[in-house]
Design a protein around this ligand. Sequence first.
Ligand code: PLP
Length: 382
Amino acid sequence: MTTKKPGVNTICTHTGEVKDTQFGGVISPIYMTTSYPFMDVDVKRYPRYFNTPNQKAVADKIAALEHAEAGMVFGSGMAAISTTLFAFLSHGDHIVLANEIYGGTFNLIVEEFDKMGIEYSFTEGIEVNHFEEKIQSNTKIIYLETPSNPLLSITDVEGVARLAKSQGIMTMIDNTFASPINQTPLDLGIDVSIHSATKYLGGHSDISAGAVASSEKNMDIIWNKAKNLGGHLNDFIAYLLERSIKTLGVRVDRHNSNAQYIAEYLDIHKAVEKVYYPGLESHHNHEIAKKQMHGYGGMLSFELKSDYNAVTFQNNLKLIKPSMSLAGVESTILLPSLTSHGLLTAEQRMEIGISDNLLRFSVGIEDVNDIIADIELGLKIN
Ligand code: PLP
């Protein structure tokens, strides 16, 4: 008999859960112990071995969502990213990275890799040929991020995976912005999918975590590095992450529909110069996004016309909070020119399309009319 694969929301709600054999409760119990038996056991459990019941529960759920054989959870997105990169790169190897990647990942590369004798190149664009241009004979990994931050650029994931495979190169993606609800990169040929679970997977702006999903074989290699680096997730936070992911599907559906509505609203607004959202037909790679994403996500950016001031706009908002992080149930906004790209000169920022009036908007799950009313409030007293 073949059993039908569960749907995505059933995976979110149930996959991986720890059975409460003592009392029959419906929720995974929390096991906070750091000390497990070592005699006559199949698995030697220890938090830094990434195999406690609560770590395993949430890792299995994330693996199922990513259509992967196995998964692991970490104490932060950067712990997941650094451990995974260091697991596969050694002295003398080379990595090609997309030019639009998260600032923390960029810092990790430029501050640590030279010391370790690992070579790297950043692409000069986000199209497949830009990745191809940077491949060398010692290239081991191609690393990409799509949709990107803050301009929501879209890279053809299948195209990059095909290119890499043809040359025996491994591929890794930071899938944070999409979430596994909107994008399942392993289905597109990517080898390893990584998340800052602090974002959509956590979803409530109250936990720090990271996650990786891949084949059993790759996860064994990552595990060997991870137990040496020690960036594991605490069991209580693992429990909270499992709890959060139960509603991931319904949350992301709402993020998607709110963001699409707001993007279309802003796109024809007289105060707005440009909207960056992959769900808009005007987006430069909308057709690729349509092909590879199941939904367009809750992140969008928009630029106000020059007779408006983005700082004043942001300060006048009542519902939408100015905030550095993203992907919570609440709407938050930031100015890349004052945060992630604050160290660049105005000219350098303009060169990469980040004007002083650009706002990055993490659209929450509030009623969309309330979000629109807040945007109008910000613009009225500008
Ligand atoms: N990747 C992306 C796309 C991010 O936005 C972030 C954090 O903002 C990270 C990775 C790093 O995650 P963490 O802050 O959980 O270490």
